[in-house]
Design a protein. Structure first.
Length: 336
């Protein structure tokens, strides 16, 4: 009879065989998987980089410059960062090349170093202002702040140099000492104040709703040397991006008009209350009104929000016709 705590030789051999098969299959899968890297696209004079920053991106970007010597602009799109060493080196490469860098969507952590490398630095209008920001913090090991890494790489000195000496040193010390990797100082375009009241926030990473619950700071990206101009850049592939497609489908009709409840073509208090809720909802979003302004419908955090908003409005209006008033952060209502 076999002791369950001491399996016999046959059982041991079978277990070992199964383990070897598992390890071999895992190794094969890893070998077959392509190495991670930023997505890199070149269109005329513009290089678009998106996704996680990894070590091999340095050589890939150098080769892209060599193959495409006409590159003068680098667009950094929706990157939460990655390898910090590569971030520094790419930022230095961009400064050496004298390129213009532009943020498309979000650019955080190691990506922010790529951004600061630009001789000219600017936001793009590829995404709504409330989704467009560059985020800075310290350096981290397993999500926890590593003061030794911050000091070793001279993050403070490097950032001071690459913001052309304009960054406020007290603010810089604050963001390089944020304890959690989820925290950061976020610089948005000035037009984001229409939604957030301020364009710069310090988030500790513990907030349940960011950036709304973050500390609002009375400064901006231009003053801190984060951007060098308040002009916007339009990426060459902007027309293919989801929010630009929505702009084409639902053109802005009152670009200078903020999304204010007292501008609604409705006198009912309930409609205005719902519109205030809508203004704080997640994008993509849309708000629809009936012809007489008595009925409303809205949808958020849904690519189908324009259709859903109209459907909900018409259900409330008993099938009467409804029209879109706002899509995302824009007024699209065609006043008659």
């Amino acid at each position: 009879m076999n002791d369950p705590l001491f399996p016999n030789a046959m059982q041991s051999t079978q277990s070992l065989t199964r383990l070897l098969v598992f390890v071999t299959s895992m190794a094969a899968a890893l070998t077959a998987s392509p190495l991670r890297a930023m997505e890199l696209k070149v269109s005329a004079d513009t290089m678009v980089l998106s996704g996680e920053v990894v070590a091999r991106d340095l050589d890939r970007v150098k080769n892209a410059f060599k193959t495409n010597p006409a590159i003068t602009h680098v667009v950094l799109r929706n990157s939460m960062g990655g390898n910090s060493w590569t971030g520094y080196r790419l930022g230095e490469l961009f400064r050496e090349k004298g390129v213009t860098t532009a943020v498309s969507g979000h650019c955080v952590s190691a990506c922010s170093r790529l951004f600061l490398g630009g001789k000219i630095r600017m936001f793009s209008d590829d995404y709504p202002a409330s989704l467009t920001y560059v985020g800075f913090h310290g350096q981290y090991d397993f999500g926890k702040l590593s003061p030794a890494a911050v000091k070793k790489d001279d993050l403070v000195g490097w950032t001071t140099k690459f913001t052309d000496g304009k960054v406020d040193q007290k603010l810089l010390q604050r963001w390089t000492n944020i304890e959690r990797r989820a925290g950061d100082v976020r610089f948005y375009p000035d037009s984001a104040t229409a939604r957030f009241k301020q364009a710069t926030m310090l988030c500790q990473g513990t907030e349940s709703q960011r950036p709304q619950q973050c500390e609002m700071l009375a400064t901006d990206a231009l003053r801190q040397g984060i951007v060098t101009t308040n002009s916007y850049y339009s990426s060459p592939d902007a027309a293919t991006l989801p929010y630009k497609i929505r702009e084409q489908r639902f053109p802005t009709t009152q670009r200078a008009t903020p999304l204010q409840a007292d501008r609604l073509p409705s006198r009912t208090a309930s409609t205005r209350r719902e519109f205030e809720l809508f203004k704080n909802a997640a994008l993509p979003r849309a708000f629809a009104l009936s012809a007489n302004g008595a009925s409303w419908g809205w949808s958020a955090n849904d690519p189908r929000s324009p259709e859903a908003a109209v459907e909900r409005c018409q259900a409330k209006a008993g099938g009467a016709k409804c029209a879109l008033y706002a899509v995302d952060e824009r007024v699209v209502y065609a006043a008659k």
